[in-house]
Ligand binder design. Sequence first.
Ligand SMILES: Nc1ncnc2c1ncn2[C@@H]1O[C@H](COP(=O)(O)OP(=O)(O)OP(=O)(O)O)[C@@H](O)[C@H]1O
Length: 230
Amino acid sequence: MASGDILVDVRGVAKHYGEGETRVDALRSVDLRVHVGEVIALLGPSGSGKTTLLNVIGCILAPTAGRVELDGDAVFDGKWLRSDLRRLRLDKIGFIFQAHNLLPFLTAEENVSVVLDLAGWPAERGRERARELLDYLEVGHRAKVKPALLSGGEAQRVAIARALANRPRIILADEPTAALDSGRAQLVMDLLRKLASDQKACIIAVTHDEKIFDRFDRLIHLRDGRLVDS
Ligand SMILES: Nc1ncnc2c1ncn2[C@@H]1O[C@H](COP(=O)(O)OP(=O)(O)OP(=O)(O)O)[C@@H](O)[C@H]1O
């Protein structure tokens, strides 16, 4: 595959927390490349480093060593290479969290458009984009409803709309289907697959949800901070 197809390029990434006797090596020399259109699962026992790796790729956490390139831009090489990490995250990365933490006092539509406000979109265009995405995710008819009145599946789709609002090409998900029953979990995964292909994006999801393993292109296993054979 051409190098232009690589959206996430992690090389020799290590991360330890603490020092001396309390030191924990959460990641040890991790190499990972993720291509356009790929949908990848990060698996491994509790404490194996999955969240740490997701947070490093999401530019939320600085590794102790190594290099990270996102969508062709070097962002970390022993140190951050970009001063505007918040902007970088807004432009390139979409986060989908398990507890979908929608803002309870905003409608579904406003929960999506608020991200675009932050990214500097004019309000009207932000609202249009939010509606378009909610329609695409088949939850447009719930646009004016607040999160408390949404079903689990609807709320998760609003959270996905929010993660995608600014057209990020790197989508990071932490247990995206944990709160859903089997049928809804499959639907969410089918949606994420369609998105990755339509928007030339990639998806990296931490999951323990065996019923969706067959929806991933690759299963990446972490053990004690190292990648083991997929
Ligand atoms: N802020 C922190 N300070 C100290 N140690 C930490 C911190 N965050 C994580 N760790 C440790 O780093 C290791 C990897 O943690 P991480 O959360 O990445 O694992 P995980 O695979 O996501 O686990 P889980 O499936 O339980 O969420 C663990 O030993 C954890 O205790």
